[in-house]
Design a protein around this ligand. Structure first.
Ligand code: FMN
Length: 254
């Protein structure tokens, strides 16, 4: 196993560098690891008919690693230009082009990645307004096009004046450092999603039947169609509420 840390901040020793170092520090000793600072490379797009040795070198590093850890600050509520430029220039390496210009995942398909970002905005502001959302979304969009699988993400808001990582973030970095050290299955969240779905449906059905039992004192539930229609409507409303809530909570970063 090899883990490649990719620092895409303007600062070599800033907060993202610390987050990345904290993850890498907790990578198992049996794994090989390397960290690169993208600003050390002159990353430009490949010109037609010319070789781009920097892109070749970086592509080789990506190929050698099983897991990539991207650490990129949020700038202007978006992904840092350093990482965006890297992604833009690496596009021909990340995907194969079909004759009609569509893309399919390239040679890095089924590798894994973890993303880290930070912002000045407070935890509460980030939770409500999603300051760091675009940073993660851009990484996710590029990686899913390249067929690279997400392991997780770490967000650190409230970095204004911060010199050292808070203890709770160090713990999360440790958790992910250990997680990426082990062979990760292609998509280890499928089973988890089915189990979550099962419990969601079980709870919704229970609540629906409970509400129907309550309504039974007002309307007779002995008629098949009244029973069926009321079940469907109540179940639908409850499911819509829970799905909205779960989606909202899941996509809010703190
Ligand atoms: C060009 C630039 C734009 C930034 N834009 C935002 C922003 O829109 N929202 C925010 O909360 N912080 C913003 N910040 C603050 C950075 O996200 C914050 O400094 C980050 O934690 C820096 O990480 P570093 O120490 O690795 O450089 C910006 C910083 C820079 C340099």
């Amino acid at each position: 196993m090899k883990i490649l840390g990719i620092l895409a901040s303007h600062q070599r020793n800033g907060i993202n560098a610390q987050l990345l170092a904290e993850v890498m520090k907790n990578v198992n000793e049996s794994c090989e690891q390397e960290t690169i600072f993208l600003e050390d490379y002159k990353i430009t797009p490949r010109k037609r008919g010319e070789k781009n040795l920097v892109l070749e070198e970086l592509s080789e590093k990506l190929m050698q690693a099983d897991v990539w850890v991207f650490a990129a600050p949020t700038y202007w509520r978006e992904l840092s230009g350093v990482l965006k430029n890297f992604f833009d220039c690496m596009r021909p390496k990340f995907v194969y082009f079909k004759q009609n210009g569509d893309t399919i995942p390239g040679p890095f398909k089924n590798k894994h990645y973890l993303s880290l970002t930070s912002c000045y905005a407070s935890k509460t502001e980030n939770f409500i307004t999603g300051v760091t959302d675009e940073s993660f979304k851009t990484i996710d969009r590029v990686m899913s096009t390249a067929g690279v699988i997400k392991v997780g993400e770490i967000v650190l808001p409230g970095t204004f004046g911060m010199k050292e990582l808070p203890e709770n973030k160090k713990k999360i970095c440790k958790k992910y450092g250990e997680k990426i050290s082990n062979k990760i299955r292609k998509d280890d969240s499928t089973l988890k999603r089915y189990i979550q779905l099962f419990f969601m449906i079980a709870i919704m059905a229970l609540l629906t039947m409970g509400i129907q039992a309550g309504l039974g004192s007002v309307v007779s539930m002995n008629n098949f169609w009244i029973n069926y229609v009321s079940f469907t409507i109540i179940f639908f409303i409850l499911l819509a509420i829970i799905l909205h809530f779960v989606t909202f909570m899941k996509h809010r970063r703190r």
